[in-house]
Design a protein around this ligand. Structure first.
Ligand code: NAP
Ligand code: FE
Length: 372
């Protein structure tokens, strides 16, 4: 059996972990580019904690707080310019996956000369050191080497990937998630679930990634009921956070597959949140895999269902439908366009059972226009 597993991120977890371990930030440099979204970091205590830690260390900082959801290429070049102009020598990225990814991309662009239109094909030789503080429990970006950016030229979302983009430190403090809206909590939990499920269905799944994937699937499924509450409480927040980091450790090694490839289309063209987009597709993808497995004699879907604590995919669909609520409607032309574009994404080939074009079209029809 051949496999590889890499995880260079030091993970520090618990209430107050950023300030209790602020000495670690001293290893990164003298002045931080703090990268955040537009509002939430200022409200949930994460930005204040970061400033406190840096000031106590005697480190300087410059705040770049203009990151939007699904960050654009312009945004990350702007953030990199700020890092250079302000002589920042490390990045402290705080927020959901969008500010974390933008901070990681900016860290790379600050030390690599790249033209904007070459960003998705440049070979990233290095980056400023990065520390990440997630404030959503979903993307796992704090432990991955990916920065996912809106790619207008290709009308999709595309990753910049490099070992240089692994943060040096990830600080996991569930308190920052208190007050996160129910919709974002649900969508991000589904994103993490999708990472672990797709990780298990990847050609790169291994005896190391599988137990991590199964543990995070189990933990997230145990939170399904609590996800419907207005505020699930700190123990649930922490459980979701640890599960999403675990799922990030999975995809850092396995990559994602067809669900993410097609999900990017829903986000790009219909502005559907990343996690929700995956949630709309994953049930139909699992049914496709289950059918194929009958002739292959494997039972990865059975293993996933066991981790979920469910007997069959009907139960899984019912649970997801309960979380997703009313589904968006899509025309036949939209679905055909998504299938065509998703087939060009590099994640497709990553699936152990990769759908052909007509099969992906059928998956998307079943997911997005059932009965049509
Ligand atoms: P997000 O786009 O980072 O944030 C969504 C919304 O939640 C924003 O309005 C944000 O507000 C708000 N928010 C964040 N934390 C909050 C908190 N603690 N309390 C209240 N509001 C909060 O959403 P996300 O789902 O976490 O990230 C999605 C992005 O990650 C996508 O671009 C996706 O492609 C990417 N992703 C990356 C990886 C990877 O490995 N790198 C993996 C999966 C997904 P503010 O704007 O005010 O902060
Ligand atoms: Fe994702």
């Amino acid at each position: 059996m051949k496999f590889m597993y890499t995880m260079p991120v030091k993970i520090i977890a618990g209430e107050g972990c950023l300030n209790e371990n602020r000495a670690l930030l001293m290893e990164l440099g003298r002045k931080a580019l703090i990268v955040t979204g537009k509002q939430s970091a200022q409200k949930n205590g994460s930005y204040a904690d970061a400033v406190k830690a840096l000031e106590a260390n005697g480190q300087g900082f410059f705040l770049y707080d203009k990151v939007m959801s699904n960050p654009t290429v312009d945004c990350v070049f702007d953030a990199a310019e700020a890092a250079k102009r302000e002589s920042c020598d490390f990045v402290l990225a705080i927020g959901g996956g969008s500010p974390l990814d933008a901070g990681k991309a900016a860290a790379a662009l600050a030390v690599n000369a790249v033209e904007k239109d070459a960003i998705f094909r440049f070979s990233c030789a290095g980056a400023l050191p990065i520390a990440a503080v997630p404030t959503t429990a979903g993307t796992g970006s704090e432990v991955t080497q990916y920065a996912i950016l809106t790619n207008h030229a290709a009308q999709t979302k595309t990753s910049v990937a490099s070992p240089a983009l692994f943060p040096r430190f990830a600080f996991l403090d569930g308190r920052y998630m208190r007050g996160l809206s129910r919709a974002v909590t649900i969508n991000t939990a589904i994103d993490a679930l999708s990472h672990s499920i797709e990780g298990m269905l990847s050609v790169r799944a291994s005896v190391l990634s599988d137990p991590m994937a199964k543990n995070s699937i189990k933990a997230i499924a145990e939170c399904f009921r609590a996800l419907k509450e207005d505020e699930p409480g700190l123990p649930v927040r922490e459980k979701l956070l640890h599960a999403s980091t675990l799922a990030g450790m999975v995809i850092a090694n396995t990559g994602t597959t067809a669900v993410h490839a097609a999900g990017y289309q829903l986000t790009y063209h219909r502005n559907i949140d990343h996690g929700r987009a995956n949630g709309l597709l994953i049930g139909a993808y699992l049914r496709f895999v289950e059918k194929k497995e009958k002739s292959l004699g494997t039972d990865r879907v059975g293993e996933i269902l066991a981790a979920l604590g469910m007997r069959n995919l009907d139960e899984f669909d019912a649970a997801l439908n309960g979380l997703l609520g009313e589904r968006e409607r899509f025309s036949a032309a939209e679905i055909e366009g998504y299938a065509e574009a998703a087939m060009r994404a590099k994640n497709i080939a990553n699936a152990a059972i990769a759908p052909q074009k007509q099969e992906l079209l059928a998956i998307l029809q079943n997911a997005l226009a059932p009965g049509a």
